[in-house]
Ligand binder design. Structure first.
Ligand SMILES: [Zn+2]
Length: 276
């Protein structure tokens, strides 16, 4: 897949939002969030989320360091600044010292630290964004990444494919435990440009909106190329074409199972699509 980042468009959006009192960091965050959200291969079932660490004035006018992170109920493809609620960053980071935090407590802490108490609930993956030190963090449920990780040897394939450029995180249900484990895996390899979350999706990091976005495009493109190679291998070694059916093609089967995985999670009430 190709990067759709256009410097001129990014600047135009920053200028337009500046007139409405929205800072440049948040404006650029909105710009690349839309680029990700408009690509259906990246945001299966409306999932995925993004964030930026920045400084905003609180309700009394004092500057405070915050995480602006996708709020529930907002679509990435049509994101606007109110869909990225600002949460005080220090209390979120402080939670990391805990052994465990329930989903209910996590939501309570996040809501209690919103700059605007009327803002939507921050994503359930807010803590993962907070525990990663980079300014811009992008997360998608890329179809290609799901197809790759949903194979029996998915972790090994990703380890070889990304060769240290991405941390590989085993499957853990979204929430505090996943955030904590992901941060540990990143810190063990601080040169990593992102994380592959087994049977879940991909995170990329950057100092700028463009860097995090273009790393997403590059890493997903590597996964797509790897899948293509697999397909070729199947066609070359397959027995008579008449005996081929969908279940005999690993990549197609993996794609179908990945979809079922997400649907299962939603149906079982574990999460809602825009929480993922
Ligand atoms: Zn997710």
């Amino acid at each position: 897949m190709e990067s759709r980042f256009v410097e001129r468009d990014a600047e135009a959006m920053a200028d337009r939002y500046a007139k409405a009192g929205v800072g440049c960091d948040l404006a650029l965050r909105v710009y690349t969030t839309r680029l990700l959200g408009e690509d259906k291969k990246l945001v299966l079932h409306g999932g995925g989320n993004t964030s930026v660490k920045t400084v905003v004035p609180d309700l009394l006018g004092d500057d405070v360091e915050v995480l602006c992170v996708k709020g529930t109920g907002w679509d990435m493809g049509t994101m606007e600044p109110p869909g990225m609620p600002a949460v005080r960053l220090a209390p979120l980071r402080k939670l990391r010292a805990r052994e465990a935090v329930s989903d209910e407590e996590m939501v309570r802490v996040q809501r209690a630290n919103l700059i605007d108490p009327m803002a939507p609930n921050p994503s359930v993956e807010t803590l993962l964004h907070a525990f990663i030190p980079h300014k811009f963090v992008d997360h998608t449920h890329s179809t290609a990444i799901l197809s790759l990780t949903d194979q029996p040897d998915g972790e090994q394939i990703c380890t070889e494919l990304y060769d240290g450029r991405m941390g590989i995180v085993p499957y853990i249900m979204p929430g505090f435990a996943l955030a904590k484990r992901s941060a540990e895996i990143y810190e063990a390899n601080p040169k990593a440009e992102g994380l592959i979350l087994h049977k879940h999706g991909i995170f990329t990091f950057g100092a700028s909106a463009r860097e995090a976005y273009e790393r997403m495009i590059e890493m997903v493109s590597l996964a797509e190329a790897r899948l293509k190679r697999n397909r070729k291998a199947v066609f070359v070694t397959a027995a008579p074409a008449a005996r081929l059916n969908a279940s005999s093609l690993p990549s197609c089967g993996a794609e179908r199972r990945s979809g079922q995985f997400l649907v299962r999670m939603v149906w079982s009430g574990v999460t809602t699509p825009d929480w993922l």
